[in-house]
Design a protein around this ligand. Sequence first.
Ligand code: GLV
Ligand code: MN
Ligand code: MN
Length: 422
Amino acid sequence: MKAPPTSSVPNGARILALCDELARHSSQPNGLTRIFLSREQAAVSQVVLGWMRDVGMSARIDAIGNVVGRYEGTQPGLPALVLGSHLDTVRDAGKYDGPLGVVAAIECVRAFHARGRRFDFAIEIYGFADEEGVRFGATLLGSRAVAGTFRPANLDTRDRSGITMRQAMDDAGLDPDQWPAAIRRRDEVLAYVELHIEQGPVLEAHGLPLGVVTAINGQSRYQIEIAGMAGHAGTVPMGSLRRDALAGAAECVLAVERICGAVPDLVGTVGTIEALPGAVNVIPGRARFTIDVRSPHDDVRRRAVGELLAAFASICEQRHLSLSNRVMLESRVAQCAPWLMAQFEAAVAAEGVAVRQLPSGAGHDGLAMIDLTDIGMLFVRCRGGISHHPAESVTEADAAVGTRALLRFIENFRPAAAGAAA
Ligand code: GLV
Ligand code: MN
Ligand code: MN
């Protein structure tokens, strides 16, 4: 690969070329898949460690597998402004969900290092090892460890091949029982901020390259199971003699669309559905599906989940089906700190970009980091709002303006107490 141009000012072409370089580490031959504790992730971690060291940072892999770099302030050991994002991906991913935030942060430090600039705080960058939760079902395993909210029971969960997380850590050269060594103390950290692609269409629709995030929406995820009666597809007449679990599930899917579609900013998705036993000539006796419900307001989300479960119960009662549910995830809204939003807004305005606030519909490491410190996020426009898809795309110009705004934010960063006094 032709070496991307180096400069002390963030350069969009270089940022995208570095994301391309990370995307070469994939378990999928013609696409990008990089899951927690995989060989590809170990390789990417080594690349990022090297980049961090090149820009004057000390760098290490922590006890859960996160890459951590540290750029000291005017004296060693100062509390740190923590930047970062994640290095794992979904299956058949795009190149920017996660890596862009890590690369942008490193490019900011490159600029400071080139000018010999130090601040009265340290800068740390995390490349989190697991945000997507693809391998072991539970999400945010890297940042939860750092925030001290990792649940040790996760170590016994298994991936698709039956490998436990404990075994996978061992295979990756990490001691699973040592995960608490990844926990950070509150007094070591001033804030956590992340640059990330928007993953939605709002900025593009408003013709803006950047947006300041107000909150990361809360999420509820449930597994729903409906039981009816399997039967012969040719002999059981249509109507009340059938107890078709999938037809009941289909009505439930439409109820999700109707109920969630009626409330502003509420979204509800059935992302997986399964008919059992699953044969062309058998009436489905069981159906399983998931719901994923998100809103910027916890009360709105909780009320919607209650309404959905009641609607499912009524559909099943009318069809003489039985219904059960299991909670997979309950995550409350993570509000971005107003003092960090104000500093991001100043940085965006200084780049000549109109300031727009927006909530994040996608989950991010801030959902976990908020248990450790205040959080802030800057969104960069992506084409068509497409994400979790190989067609994810960001322009050089947008990557550059986003990284410049992040650089300004860092240069002008005032920790909470100083910010409040100003
Ligand atoms: C993670 O990307 C999520 O929002 O589900
Ligand atoms: Mn992400
Ligand atoms: Mn993602």
